[in-house]
Design a protein around this ligand. Structure first.
Ligand SMILES: [Zn+2]
Ligand SMILES: [Zn+2]
Length: 282
């Protein structure tokens, strides 16, 4: 893995073919120093934004990429730091760029995302034959397929050169005992090499179960510094075996991360993810 800060004024949406991840933001939901934890995946001529929080359109704009230049979007769950910018994506594409970006989304979560979050600001903008706009009026929809034989609900989609598997996580409510009684939230497995946990509570079964199958090169894992709540705490992550910690890059961290930098180093983690750099896996 190499870490490269792009020099171009416009954030590159293609490369020579290496799988690469670019944190447009790597901060927690309420970070004021960083943008929210939303990543761009780039490989060859293919790209995909993972999540679009309330501040993501601004973050992309500062990187020279208005939201209308992003072709593919994959949403991990319905917290506002992951979906709060979608209304801008939808309205800007429909009324300014006059195009449909692609949403990679399962049918069940599409219903949840639309009915519980996106419908209010989007449906009433047009009425045709008494019917307002629907999700499919804004998006070209691509459905992942279900994979059997995995430890938990796992789906698969091939986006050009990028192979993406999605894995259900235990994020919220806090009291959820495992992924089956959690609200919808997913992590990603990229090219069978990299695990991106998305938002999750500490979930040893997720890490060990899937690492046994894939032998991940690196794991992008969310972290919080308090106990309880709906993210993995640094204390919990410190209990992992050294062989896992050395491959874990911490993301989704609050503004107080610097206070914990020396401990993260001493515990043998791969470090904190850096916003605005490409993590390239040759
Ligand atoms: Zn989040
Ligand atoms: Zn969340």
């Amino acid at each position: 893995m190499t870490v490269r800060v792009p020099r171009a004024k416009k954030l590159p949406l293609s490369n020579s073919g290496a799988l690469s991840l670019f944190p447009v933001g790597c901060g927690s939901a309420f970070s004021k120093k960083l943008y929210q934890n939303n990543f761009l995946i780039v490989k060859g001529d293919d790209h995909c934004m993972v999540d679009c929080g309330t501040r993501t359109p601004e973050a992309l704009f500062r990187l020279g990429r208005p939201v209308t230049e992003i072709d593919n979007w994959l949403i991990t769950h319905s917290h506002a730091d992951h979906i709060g910018g979608l209304e801008e994506v939808m309205l800007m594409n429909r009324y300014v760029a006059r195009r449909k970006p692609t949403a990679i989304i399962g049918a069940a979560y599409q219903e949840v995302l639309w009915n519980a979050s996106l419908k209010g600001g989007n449906e009433p903008n047009e009425v045709h034959d008494g019917v307002g706009l629907q999700f499919g009026d804004f998006w070209r929809i691509r459905r992942p397929t279900w994979l059997s034989g995995y430890p938990r609900e796992t789906t698969h989609i091939v986006l050009g050169s990028i192979d993406i598997k999605t894995v259900r996580t235990r994020h919220y409510p806090e009291q959820a005992s495992d992924w089956t009684d959690s609200a919808y939230s997913i992590g990603l497995i990229l090219d069978d090499r990299i695990l991106f946990t998305g938002d999750t509570q500490f979930d040893l079964d997720l890490l060990t179960g899937y690492d046994e199958l894939f032998g991940f090169e690196f794991i992008f894992h969310d972290v919080q510094f308090m106990k309880g709540g709906i993210h993995a705490s640094l204390d919990e992550l410190c209990t992992l075996p050294a062989s896992l910690k050395s491959r874990i890059l911490l993301m989704h961290y609050p503004d107080s991360a610097d206070d914990h930098r020396s401990r993260v180093k001493a515990e043998g983690f791969a470090g904190f993810v850096r916003q605005g750099a490409f993590y390239v896996f040759d």
